[in-house]
Design a protein around this ligand. Structure first.
Ligand code: DGJ
Length: 752
């Protein structure tokens, strides 16, 4: 898979799906040659490095060769100021104040498999043959510093991952001001850039723009990957669609400040850069120490955005999400948050859980408010001791009673936070993040613990571990409701304050690592005021994430559609909540709320005691339906069919590996008066000449409605007939009425 030409000093990573080629340039630095669809290997690809006839103002490092300039070379890991004027991958400040570096090729190593990154989450393999890794070592003699670029190519997948290590082998410190995980010079810029942007309660909406000359970027400086931007971007052929055309996706396995940008230069070269955001970042690299960047996952697709998503989903399900829950069905959950908020006692919780159990729920989760004296969001974060006013018999007894009902028990924590009104704040006022002689800002009335300090992580680990053991928890929702301000750690030297954000997230990863190692059976769901930290870094530890605080089915179409560009369906926390919805005041039918929530982990976020008998019957049927098809939902390939960002309808489907089963979700947001007569939905990824029995889900009845049979080619070319829509006159037989309509179809190949 990795071929090296020692004469021309070229490296070619290829696996039949994708090729990645680079070489050593005449100045000893690395030049980039090609990234894209797999190429047949040949002796040399060096002709791909553009030869540039210099213009009068081209700067060049060799006096006798004005045609060689870094400005006009496609590079692999560029630095600034030695004839390249674009934003670099690396920027170091040396002891004399200079910022020039010159990393020259030294050697390479190739090994089977993939090694974990020190202290950071990353994709992994379980067998050596699943990947091959190339590590190229470069050296800057003046500052005695070694740069190691790692490339892993996964067997049989259009996936390459990259990361960078910098080791100071000299006697003086080096200040690292910028060390990106990825830099990629693409020879042209005729692409559209796709990004996932949003806000609290409307995360990861799909946005597209045409690349233009100059810099276009998405980033976060919030100490979390954020609701606003996701550490992802894709470049697509302008004519690419969901099913066709070239797409390159880039995703950073990191949960803190990031930068993902594309700089289009004056020769239409597009430089993609991704990594830790350099703003306010400075790492003091002491002699003999190493800095490891996070990893970037690069996916290539020639089957449009769906092809890219399929590769991300497959990789993340098998090589990122890990441990006990990696390949297991997740329990159908009932979370009490929107049912009670802070207002509960043991009886109320047990009644809710009991009703849930009757309906088919498998896991009961007690959300915020069980600890300290937390009656609202102004107090008690950090005091991880049960509130005996609400739960006089303690958590142990509550958990036991829940388990005796036949349910699993889970709890909410917000480990990184502390309330001003809390015992922890009184005991350890110095543990908060705070800049000396400045007043710390609040977010949701709370302050943040300094997770860059080991003793803070140790203390929270001890508190959580003791509760896990006492209550035999099998699930934890790890929330994080505000972003970092006044970033500073009193435990770090003045010269190291630029390390703060990264050290903070390393502390978060450390706690996750300790908890998941000590309690491998606990299912973690990450959460950050909903989807404010939905990134691959979190997925490595927590196999699912609360996708958004917004549980409104209509808004969820956009959020789940956008999230699915990168993240697998079984990582998306999705619940049915009450109507009117608490975030949008919209009232969608219980059926539609379920029809959206199936395409995720599935659960409920409402008080089942408030449901009518008719609604309880629907909920029972929904849960039974989900349990029956959850393996298909968890393991199948997810395909987006109609985008909520482009019209009134949304559709998606999940197909199993041998295309013998599929589940289709169709949603029409607003009713159209006197609508078109022949309404069908064209499906995808089926076998053309296979006959499928199509069953329209009907949760209001015990039995699903009668099956019809269609061949795959008809379903894909003409479409599955949608139910008859109300047109103002067809009262007698209309099956879809009003706004927020939806249908779920189950397809099963027939042996005919
Ligand atoms: C924000 C979360 O996203 C909600 O689901 C809930 O857990 C609240 N925090 C609790 O404070």
């Amino acid at each position: 898979m990795i071929q090296v030409n020692n004469d021309s000093k070229e490296f070619h990573l290829s696996n039949g799906h994708v090729s990645y080629i680079f070489h050593v340039m005449k100045n000893g630095q690395l030049g980039h040659l090609y990234y894209g669809k797999a190429l047949t290997h040949k002796k040399s690809f060096s002709h791909m490095q553009p030869y540039h006839v210099p213009t009068p103002n081209t700067a060049h490092p060799f006096a006798d060769d004005p045609a060689f300039s870094l400005e006009t070379s496609n590079q692999e890991y560029p630095s600034f100021g030695t004839t390249d004027f674009r934003e670099p991958a690396i920027s170091l400040e040396n002891r004399d104040g200079s910022t020039i570096s010159d990393f020259n090729y030294q050697s390479y190593e190739i090994y089977s498999g993939k090694k974990p990154l020190q202290g950071l989450p990353s994709t992994y393999v379980t067998k050596e043959e699943e990947a091959q890794t190339l590590v190229v070592t470069l050296w800057d003699e003046k500052i005695q510093t070694e740069l190691r670029l790692s490339y892993t190519i996964f067997t049989g997948k259009p996936v390459i991952t990259r990361s960078t290590e910098l080791e100071n082998k000299g006697k003086e410190k080096v200040d690292v001001k910028r060390l990106m995980s990825l830099s990629l010079d693409l020879p042209e810029s005729n692409y559209e850039m796709v990004q996932l942007s949003g806000a609290w309660s409307r995360e990861r909406h799909v946005k597209k723009r045409k690349l233009e000359s100059g810099i276009q970027a998405v980033s976060s400086l919030r100490g979390a990957s954020s609701h606003a931007q996701n550490p992802f971007l894709a470049l697509t052929d302008p004519s690419a669609t969901e099913v066709s055309g070239e797409v390159m996706g880039f995703n950073l396995v990191y949960s803190s400040n990031f930068l993902a940008q594309v700089e289009v230069d004056h020769y239409d070269v597009a430089r993609v850069t991704m990594g830790i955001h350099p703003f306010n970042f400075k790492w003091e690299l002491k002699p003999k120490s190493v800095f490891q960047t996070p990893e970037v996952v690069m996916v290539y697709s020639d089957r449009g955005l769906n092809g890219m998503s399929a590769a991300f989903h497959d990789l993340y399900r098998k090589h990122l999400i890990k441990g006990y829950w990696q390949d297991r069905d997740r329990p159908v959950m009932l979370n009490n948050w929107e049912a009670t908020y802070f207002d509960f006692n043991e009886t109320k919780l047990l009644d809710i859980a009991q009703e849930g159990q009757t309906l088919g729920i498998e896991l009961f989760v007690l959300d915020d408010g069980w600890f300290g004296r937390r009656d609202d969001d102004t107090s008690s974060l950090g005091d991880w001791f049960v509130d005996k006013r609400k739960l006089p018999n303690g958590l142990h007894s509550l958990a036991q009673k829940i388990r005796e009902m036949g349910l699993e028990f889970g709890l909410w924590f917000e480990p990184e936070m502390v309330s001003k009104e809390s015992e922890l704040m009184k005991t350890h006022p110095d543990w908060i993040i705070q800049t000396p002689e400045r007043v710390p800002s609040y977010g949701r009335n709370q302050l943040i613990l300094d997770f860059s300090r080991e003793e803070v992580v140790d203390y929270i680990f001890e508190r959580m571990a003791s509760i896990i053991e006492d209550t035999k928890l099998t699930y934890i929702k790890w929330d994080m409701n505000r972003n970092i301000t006044e970033a500073y750690s009193s435990s770090l030297a003045i010269s190291q304050q630029g390390e703060f954000y990264h050290r903070y997230i390393l502390g978060v990863y450390k706690l996750y690592d300790r908890l998941t190692s000590a309690y491998p059976h606990v299912l973690f769901e990450s959460c950050a005021g909903g989807g404010g930290r939905f990134d691959p870094g979190m997925l490595y530890y927590a196999p699912q994430a609360w996708t958004s605080d917004d549980t409104d089915a209509v808004e969820r179409l956009k959020i789940q559609y956008g999230t699915s560009l990168v993240y697998p369906i079984n990582s998306m926390g999705s619940h049915v909540s009450a109507a009117p919805n608490h975030q949008t005041s919209r009232s969608a039918s219980l059926t539609t709320r379920g029809n959206v929530a199936y395409f995720g982990t599935f659960g409920y976020e409402l008080d089942p005691l408030q449901l009518s008998e008719e609604e309880k019957k629907i909920v029972k049927n929904q849960i039974r339906f989900f349990k029956e098809y959850r393996q298909l939902i968890r393991k199948g390939e997810f395909i987006r069919i109609k985008s909520p960002f482009e019209g009134n309808e949304t559709a998606w489907m999940i197909v199993n590996e041998d295309r013998s089963e599929a589940l289709v979700g169709y949603y029409k947001v607003l009713a159209i008066p006197n609508p078109p007569k022949n309404q069908t939905l064209r499906l995808s990824h089926l076998k053309e000449s296979t006959s499928y029995a199509v069953t329209a889900l009907n949760v209001t009845e015990e039995k699903a409605v009668a099956e019809e049979s269609y061949f795959g080619d008809e379903l894909m070319n003409r479409g599955v007939p949608l139910k008859t829509e109300f047109n103002g006159a067809n009262h007698a037989f209309a099956e879809r009425h009003g706004d927020f309509q939806s249908d779920v179809f189950y397809l099963k190949a027939e042996n005919k």
